[in-house]
Write a protein that binds this ligand. Sequence first.
Ligand code: PA5
Length: 440
Amino acid sequence: MKLDISKSGVVLSETIKAKAEAANELLYSGKGKGNDFLGWVKLPSSIDEAELAAIEAAAAKLRAKADLVICIGIGGSYLGAKAVLEAMSNPFQLLKKEQTNPTVLFAGQNISEDYIYELMEAAQEHSIGAIVISKSGTTTEPAIAFRLVKAAIEARYGKQEAAERIVAVTDKARGALKTLATNEGYPTFVIPDDVGGRFSVLTPVGLLPLAVAGVDIRALVAGARKMEAATAPEVKFDDNLSAIYAAVRNELYAAGKRTEILGSYEPRLQYINEWWKQLYGESEGKEHKGIFPASVTLTADLHSMGQYIQEGERTLFETIISVAEPKHKVVIEADGENLDGLNFLAGKRISEVNRMAELGVQLAHVDGGVPNIRIEIPRIDAEAIGALLYFFEKACGISGYLLGVNPFDQPGVEAYKKNMFALLEKPGYEEATKAIKARL
Ligand code: PA5
C-alpha cells in the first residue's frame, strides 16, 4: 500500500509527528481513553490456527447445508462482513447459471417490513441457514429479524435441524442471544470483550460470514497482520502510513476542513466507504467535535456530487482509495463511424481512462480548494483488503487520540433507542412514553 499526501497541502511538523507517535504508543501501553477496548490492536497477529480452523469448519458445515445464508446484525456486527464481501464479489455473480458459493445476504440492519418480507419470500426458494451476530445480544433490529428467520428455519426443518443451520456470534457470557444460543444448542463464536463492534471485522463477526461466502479469510488476516507490523510503535513516523494519515487529517481539521470524503473509482469498494464511515463517525464524532465522514463512488458521483465538491463550501477534503491493477482487461475498440468521437481512445484499456479521470479530478479538486490524500492499494484481493482495513483501524485509534476523544465508546447511539422504546410503550418506559407522546 502507498500513501500520497503531496496534494493535501499539509506539511507535517515535528510536533504533530511526535503527537501521532505518542498516540500510537498509547494504543499499546493501554494508558489512553477507552483502554478496555484495545483488543483489536493485536488481533491479526493473535488469531491462532485453532480459531481460523474452527471458523472454517463451521463455515463448511453451513456451506454444505445451505445455498442461502442470512447473516443478521447491525452496525459493527454487519458492516465489516458486508464491506469485504462486496469488495471480493463479482457483482453479477447471481446472473451466472453456476453458483460455486452460497449466497450470503444480510438482515437486521434495518427495521423495514418490506425488506424482511421480500427476503423471507425469496428465501423460500432456497435451502437456508443463518448467522446471528450481536455482541450485546439485545439490539432491537437484529433481534426482530432473527425471530422471523429462526421461526422460518424451524418451521421448515424442525428445531433439531435448525440447530445445525444456525450459528450465533455473541458475547462469551452475557446477553439474551447468548442465553438463547445455549438453550437452543447453536454452535457459538465469541466476540472478545475488548473488541468493540466497529473494530470487530477480523473476529468471527466478519470472518465467519466471509468464510461461508468463500472469501479467503487466511489471506485477509495475513494482509492485516502485515499492516499491524508496519504500523507498530517501533516503526518510525515517516514509515507508518496509519500515523501519517491520522496526522494529516487532524491537521486538515484544525485548518477548518470539517468533512472528509472517502472515494474510489471501483464501485465494489462502495461498502468499504460505509464501513469506514461507521469506524470514523462513531469513533470521533463526540464532544461536539470530529471530522464528518462522507463518501462518494466515482466517476458516478462526479455527475451528482461533483459540482458541490468543486465549488461548494470550502470545508472539505478528499481521501481516494486508488487501485493500481484491475482484475480484468477490456480494451476500447475503434468504431468505423466514430459518431461518438471516441476513436482517440481506441486501443486503450478502460482502466487507463479511469486512471486519467482520477488524476484529472484530483487536480481539479485541489485547484478548487479541496485537499487530496491518496491511498493506493495494489489490487482488490483479500490480502490487500485485510491490510486496508487494519490501516484504517490503526489510523482511527491514533486520530481519535489526537482529537482528544475516547475513540472506543459510542454513548450517543443510545439516545434514539430511549425514544423508540418509549414510543413503542416498552414496559418500564411509562413516564417517558407519556412525555414523548405529548411532544408529537
Ligand atoms: O460499533 C458498535 O459498537 C455498534 O455499531 C454495534 O456494533 C451495533 O450497535 C450492534 O451492536 P450489537 O453487536 O451489540 O448488536
